[in-house]
Design a protein around this ligand. Structure first.
Ligand SMILES: Cc1cc2nc3c(=O)[nH]c(=O)nc-3n(C[C@H](O)[C@H](O)[C@H](O)COP(=O)(O)OP(=O)(O)OC[C@H]3O[C@@H](n4cnc5c(N)ncnc54)[C@H](O)[C@@H]3O)c2cc1C
Length: 569
């Protein structure tokens, strides 16, 4: 049946369009044959039912885009190999094959247009394509509820879908207070106005096949009744298996005004706030005639010299120095970017030589370092620092900007749960990621203390580990439902990468050290490949390309001024 509705029209359209391929193959019959096969495959792959105005044009463009890899695979590589020659991937060889590329693009476009039109026509006369019989779903479902839409939660859901792809009796729900997965390794680039905020966030609703997405804030979990409470609804969410993937939050010291005056750097909103704040203080400094006040406005203090602090400082330094071109009233030596770190060297996660290299590169670009010092207090316009060296000394910096990257704590919600936790408040799990003493409850990522089965020590709180833990968790959850043996988690870290601004990065991968421009290219290549979804990759690549030719955007998108009172009518 499907062949009559889809296959036959696809085959005919493919044969017709195959005339466009014959020239490039130097063989008309081969053109028809390849065209016919691709036409058949294309029509069978069309969604059921077809829909949407303008969908034919979209499909034609998509099919045309596929022409490029087909040309590369067939004309550039396969046909020369079959003819006993080397692949034609020299510039000269490819130039000679250019007419074949045009043929492929036209073929794809014509096939997309014709096949969609033909299937539409057939559906008009014969009715919609018969649907495949749906598998009978048993009434009983095992309910798996995942709390948290970060790296751990999203990867767990994707892998659970894979594990249970042939088992419709298990239902998955993910609860998250945000509607997208935030790709944190690129967060500093949002704060530094290199990337558009939405480009580093993958929407949850289009990330899954059968996981229901519940947008909401978890306010409590009743482990006895096996239900989850949400802030905006009365009914609770029941579960059979619960996955805790609630991540961590910024941890600001109470008292001394730091929590009140510091900007955080953890979420997408935080990064946008920092970017807009920087633009705001530049605008205020531009209008400020008092030199001391102007200097204070142009002083930025970042607390914490770990990865996120160093990446933020590097990015902000580039952003702020680049902005000076648009503010002719401001001069470069009034601008101060200060990194405060409590130890004697920044980036403790990297080897000494790379951390020193990162510091020297940033210092050469104008960043000031206050090492062995802590931010001890903050009040409007002032940040106080305490130095540890020798006699403790205290001093103050006049500034309007304090960004806190110096600590994170497991999600405070976990403190409400009657489970074992470490002193930071992270949930203790065994090597299989099961929460001790609570069957059917699992935890992973930044909110859990996950022991590595080889070393016995706790795994670091990074996305790299959260993703691997999620894969093991999905296998173990399935094994526990099927009463099979569970596996213990182990993962050898691949390495660490840190970008410190101005086309410079440091990388330590499997013991090999890289720094400078090459490491920066490596950083971009690796993280671009890890960014979820082709569409996001293209968007980020677009932002990076634009940045090569144009200055960073200084349009303010959050207004910090109080809105003027509307006059009474
Ligand atoms: C600036 C920055 C840069 C980083 N760079 C790197 C890097 O380069 N490489 C690397 O490996 N790691 C990096 N990390 C660390 C990495 O982001 C974390 O280790 C990782 O996100 C942990 O994943 P998770 O799912 O456990 O937590 P998260 O990603 O924090 O996810 C927690 C989720 O739970 C949701 N949530 C929290 N509370 C509630 C609630 N009450 N109700 C509903 N939902 C809730 C949150 O909205 C979020 O979606 C970076 C972190 C930061 C902040």
């Amino acid at each position: 049946m499907l062949f009559a509705w889809r296959g036959l029209p696809g085959l005919v359209c493919g044969l017709v369009c195959g005339t466009l391929l014959g020239g490039g193959f130097g063989n008309v019959s081969l053109g028809f044959a390849v065209g016919g096969v691709l036409g058949l495959a294309y029509a069978l792959a069309l969604p059921r039912p077809l829909g949407g105005n303008g969908a034919a044009a979209d499909r034609a463009m998509t099919a045309a885009a596929f022409g490029l890899p087909m040309w590369g695979a067939i004309n550039v590589i396969l046909l020369p190999l079959l003819a006993g020659q080397m692949p034609q991937w020299t510039a000269e060889g490819m130039r000679a094959l250019f007419p074949a590329l045009v043929g492929w693009l036209l073929f794809g476009f014509a096939l997309g247009l014709l096949a969609t039109g033909a299937v539409r026509l057939i559906e008009r006369f014969l009715g919609a394509t018969p649907a495949e019989p749906k598998p009978k779903v048993p009434d009983f479902k095992t309910r798996v509820v995942i709390l948290g839409g970060g790296f751990a939660g999203v990867t767990a859901a994707i892998n659970l879908e894979k594990e249970f792809r042939h088992d419709p009796t298990v239902a998955f729900t993910i609860v998250s207070e945000t509607n997208a997965l935030l790709f944190t390794p690129m967060l500093a680039e949002v704060a530094a106005s290199s990337l558009e905020p939405t480009h580093i966030s993958a929407p949850l609703r289009s990330s899954f096949r059968r996981t229901a997405v519940v947008r909401g804030q978890v306010t409590g979990v009743n482990l006895e009744k096996r239900s989850v409470e949400l802030s905006d609804r009365e009914e609770t969410l029941p579960y059979d298996h619960l996955v805790l993937a609630l991540g961590a939050v910024s941890s600001l010291p109470p008292g001394d005004g730091i929590a009140e005056h510091a900007l955080e750097f953890k979420t997408l909103a935080d990064a946008m706030r920092i970017r807009n704040h920087v633009i705001d203080v530049f605008d205020r400094a531009d209008a400020e005639r008092d030199e001391a006040k102007r200097r204070a406005l142009l002083t930025f203090v970042i607390a914490g010299g770990g990865f996120s602090g160093a990446e933020l400082v590097g990015g902000l330094n580039d952003f702020a120095r680049g902005m000076l071109a648009d503010y002719p009233n401001l001069i470069a030596n009034e601008l101060r970017i200060i990194l405060v770190h409590s130890r004697e060297r920044i980036l403790p996660e990297l080897s000494v030589s790379l951390a020193d290299y990162a510091l020297e590169r940033m210092r050469a670009r104008g960043v000031t370092f206050e090492l062995n010092a802590r931010v001890s207090a903050a009040r409007p316009g002032v940040v106080a620092l305490k130095r540890k060296e020798g006699e403790p000394t205290e001093f103050e910096i006049e500034t309007e900007t304090l960004v806190w990257t110096a600590g994170a704590a497991p999600n405070p919600l976990l403190k409400e749960l009657p489970v074992e936790r470490d002193k930071r408040g992270a949930v203790l799990v065994d090597g299989t990621l099961a929460v001790k003493g609570h069957a059917g409850v699992w935890a992973l990522g930044d909110c859990a203390v996950v022991p590595d089965s080889k070393t016995g020590g706790p795994c670091p709180s990074t996305a790299q580990f959260a993703i691997r833990e999620a894969r093991t968790l999905a296998r173990n959850l399935r094994a526990s439902i099927l009463s099979e043996p569970l596996e213990a988690f182990h993962f050898d870290a691949l390495g660490t990468l840190c970008v410190v601004g101005h086309h410079t990065a440091c990388a330590e991968i499997k013991g090999y050290k890289f720094s400078g421009f090459f490491a920066w290219i490596l950083w971009r290549g690796i993280y671009l490949s890890k960014l979820p979804g082709l569409e996001r990759k293209v968007r980020v690549l677009g932002d990076w390309t634009i940045e090569l030719f144009f200055p960073r955007d200084i349009v303010q998108t959050i207004d910090f001024q109080p809105s003027p009172k509307k006059s009474a009518a």
